[in-house]
Design a protein around this ligand. Structure first.
Ligand code: NAD
Ligand code: UDP
Ligand code: UDP
Length: 317
């Protein structure tokens, strides 16, 4: 039976105990849906969703998406995958399996029950881009055999699987290419730049800039990102994506370090460390497609988003 848009839906969020997934569960429950969160707790934790456990519309499953999962749901948000370089390089074979076998299992589930399925893809599919800003039609410049490849190529293969299930089996698919996102519930030790700089500044430790700090990223606040994912899921079926979701305001790591130091009132010094292998020099989303097709744009600027992220880290560090 076809369900109408505003009805309560049964929604599976894989990776729902992680940073983005837990915010997504919050928002879907607030919108009145039933949510099943499936997570193997590799980088996520029960703590991120502990406040949801008393909610009768919420269910938490310990499950690894590389294994089959049999449930009855209307929609699937497939977020399961470690996202920070430290974590996804810890067990690179498992990272590729999570993206590829995880996608196959979730697509198989979607196919069996006729669910709509959204994939959390990444700006990393563009690799170290030679086109700037990156629009969705750009095929990317990815090293297939480097230390980041388990993540980049795993996510690229997942996109391939999504489109093949769509063409071959008529599945309703949505692909979001997520650019660097930050906010409360980021893992304090995941090595990502925003969490590293904030934690270092709060503790008065040196702020570690890799390379000369001139490489750029564009940072999206988590609430904006979640709004983009939900708009994409709720968009008409012919909108499959891929669609970039991110904030196009670009900053160098040096600018970010200065902002964090100012906003925390820290006196941490800056130290320079070597640049990781295959570290992209610049990254900025072209979000015209999201604006046109989803009516979406980010609303929270970096200073505002950093303020609430700093408040969170002051409580947990
Ligand atoms: P995260 O590490 O906080 O969340 C990932 C979650 O997936 C964790 O809860 C982890 O325990 C779970 N997980 C990992 N492997 C699993 C498996 N095999 N089975 C079940 N659960 C598993 O990361 P995040 O930042 O919340 O990222 C969520 C998704 O968004 C990921 O797919 C990531 O690739 C994508 N993404 C995030 C960003 C970002 O800036 N945060 C950028 C691009 C893409
Ligand atoms: N699968 C799952 N849950 C389901 C249906 C399928 O986890 O409800 C998994 C199962 O492991 C299967 C995979 O999804 O191998 C792909 O399913 P598909 O129907 O595409 O192919 P199959 O391998 O069953 O022919
Ligand atoms: N980075 C840094 N200091 C840190 C952590 C990261 O200068 O303590 C740099 C890193 O080299 C990269 C950028 O910040 O150029 C973003 O890194 P992150 O791991 O957050 O995201 P990604 O490289 O996946 O975009």
């Amino acid at each position: 039976m076809t369900r109408v848009y505003n009805e309560t839906r049964r929604i599976l969020v894989t990776g729902g105990a992680g940073f983005l997934g837990s915010h997504l569960c919050d928002r879907l429950l607030a919108d009145g849906h039933d949510v099943i969160c499936a997570d193997n707790f590799f980088t996520g934790s029960r703590r991120n969703v502990a406040h949801l456990l008393p909610n009768p519309s919420f269910e938490l499953l310990r499950h690894d998406v590389t294994f089959p999962l049999y449930l009855e749901v209307d929609e699937i948000y497939n977020l399961a995958c470690p996202a920070s370089p430290i974590h996804y390089q810890h067990d690179p074979v498992q990272t590729t399996k999570t993206s590829v076998h995880g996608a196959i299992n979730m697509l198989g589930l979607a196919k069996r029950v006729g669910a709509k399925i959204l994939q959390a893809s990444t700006s990393e599919v563009y690799g170290d881009p030679d086109v700037h800003p990156q629009e969705e039609s750009y095929w990317g410049r990815v090293n297939p055999i480097g230390p980041r490849s388990c993540y980049d190529e795993g996510k690229r293969c997942a996109e391939t699987l999504f489109f093949d299930y769509h063409r071959q089996h008529g599945l309703k698919i949505k692909i979001a290419r997520i650019f660097n996102t930050y906010g409360p519930r980021m893992h304090p030790a995941d090595g990502r730049v925003v969490s590293n700089f904030i934690v270092q500044a709060i503790r008065g430790e040196p702020i570690t800039l890799y390379g000369n700090g001139e490489q750029t990223r564009s940072f999206c606040y988590v609430d904006d990102l979640i709004d983009g994912l939900i708009r994409l899921m709720n968009s008409p079926d012919e909108i499959t994506g891929p669609i970039n979701i991110g904030n196009p305001n670009e900053f160098s790591m040096l600018q970010l370090a200065e902002l964090v130091r100012d906003q925390t009132g820290s006196r941490s010094e800056f130290v320079f460390r070597s640049l990781p292998v295959d570290d992209p020099r610049q990254r900025q989303p072209d979000i015209r497609r999201a604006a046109e097709l989803l009516g979406w744009k980010p609303n929270i600027n970096l200073a505002e988003g950093l303020a609430s992220t700093i408040d969170y880290f002051k409580k947990v560090c």
